[in-house]
Design a protein around this ligand. Structure first.
Ligand SMILES: NC(=O)c1ccc[n+]([C@@H]2O[C@H](COP(=O)([O-])OP(=O)(O)OC[C@H]3O[C@@H](n4cnc5c(N)ncnc54)[C@H](O)[C@@H]3O)[C@@H](O)[C@H]2O)c1
Length: 345
């Protein structure tokens, strides 16, 4: 693979996964780190790399091929637009943005990119949004089976995200759990991965009914810690969706689909994968890849897959397959859930 010079924008918790992937993938080199927080910049400087106070400064000084945007939700679009305007590829964390209007700005900017280039778009900057769970083996096998026709028609689905968070988790990073900076709570920060999978696997969601609520973290955060929803797909099926951060310990994320010919269960957690229970009695299992030595968690494994795939395709024509337009879908679903609950921005 061609050598790619990468800048990292935001040196917080998730950046560790990006740095690990960049180190693990041949042909990638981290060349600098930007963070608005002096303490984070001090930690970044300890790596020996040059540090910067903004995405603009990093890009203008170092001229990287790509930046990874790993900032809080309301700080996604600014750095991503700055990169795109300078012809630099972007790999941005989820969600697309903290509001639909902000998300649309990146969708529109990316759509305008090829038109601005004399060569009609080949080599134009690409944008990836980190929905790495689409790379889990269980998700990929389910997608393949659904497309194969072997399963018959889909009858309906159920998904749950039952996880645990503490007051300390929010106190450590005050942007979390606030409408203005996070754009929501559990749905936009954690359950968004599963919302994305549900609509990617089972088709577009036309309407979302349901309620978000605070069951444990009232007074700690402004946003929801629990959601129960029904997603009405364009195909006519529904997905019943339950998510909460109030559990004492995290359970594996579950997605169960019934079709004419099988019951399918996707689990993701420290041990995950797909189990297919055919109605004729056969059972097939597909295990997710697990972290190798070095202790990176399961979500790090799929993160690395997405990052590898993004760079492998940079020289090809056309957009990356999970870009801003695709990332709008999960954002629309969860914003509708907020609207129908009378909360949100
Ligand atoms: N894909 C996943 O599974 C996954 C997992 C965890 C977090 N995330 C996402 O990653 C993002 C970051 O989360 P985190 O937990 O690492 O947050 P964090 O608060 O730990 O880190 C964010 C860093 O960005 C810096 N920052 C803020 N605004 C900036 C700006 N304009 N320019 C440069 N730096 C800026 C902050 O100072 C901080 O150091 C969020 O969008 C979150 O949803 C994704």
């Amino acid at each position: 693979m061609a050598q790619r010079r990468i800048g990292l924008i935001g040196y917080g918790d998730v950046s560790v996964v990006h740095v690990g992937a960049i180190e693990a993938i041949d042909g990638l080199e981290l060349v600098g780190i930007a963070d608005i927080d002096p303490t984070a910049r001090e930690r970044a400087a300890a790596t020996g790399l040059p540090t910067f106070t903004s995405a603009e400064e990093l890009i203008d000084v170092l001229g990287p091929d790509a930046v990874h945007v790993t900032t809080p939700h309301d700080q996604h679009i600014g750095p991503s637009l700055a990169a795109l305007e300078r012809g630099v590829h972007v790999l941005q964390e989820k969600p697309l943005a903290h509001t639909l209007a902000e998300g649309e700005r990146l969708v529109e900017a990316l759509a305008a990119v090829p038109a601005r280039r004399a060569d009609g778009g080949a080599g134009a900057p690409k944008v990836a949004i980190c929905f790495q769970n689409r790379y889990n083996r269980g998700s990929q096998e389910l997608r393949r089976l659904l497309a194969s026709g072997e399963l018959g028609a889909v009858r309906g689905a159920y998904a749950s995200v039952v996880w645990s968070r503490t007051a300390e988790y929010y106190a450590a990073k005050p942007w979390r759990g606030r409408w203005e900076t996070a754009g929501g709570g559990l749905l936009i920060n954690q359950a968004i991965h599963t919302l994305d999978l549900v609509q990617w696997l089972l088709g577009p969601v036309e309407r979302t009914e349901g309620l978000v609520s605070q069951k444990k973290f009232a007074g700690v955060v402004e946003t929801e810690d629990t959601a129960d929803l029904v997603l009405h797909h364009a195909s006519g099926i529904t997905t019943t969706f339950y998510a909460t951060l109030t559990a004492p310990v995290a359970r594996p994320v579950e997605l169960e689909v019934e079709t004419d010919n099988a019951y399918l269960e996707v689990r993701s957690g420290s041990v995950g994968g797909l189990t297919v229970r055919w109605k004729d009695g056969r059972v097939d299992t597909f295990s997710d890849r697990v972290a190798t030595a070095g202790g990176r968690s399961y979500w790090g494994v799929s993160h690395e897959e997405l990052i590898r795939d993004f760079y492998a395709g940079l020289d090809s024509e056309g957009p990356f397959w999970i870009g801003p337009a695709e990332a709008m879908d999960s954002l629309r679903i969860l914003k509708e859930a907020y609207r129908s609950s009378g909360v949100g921005n």
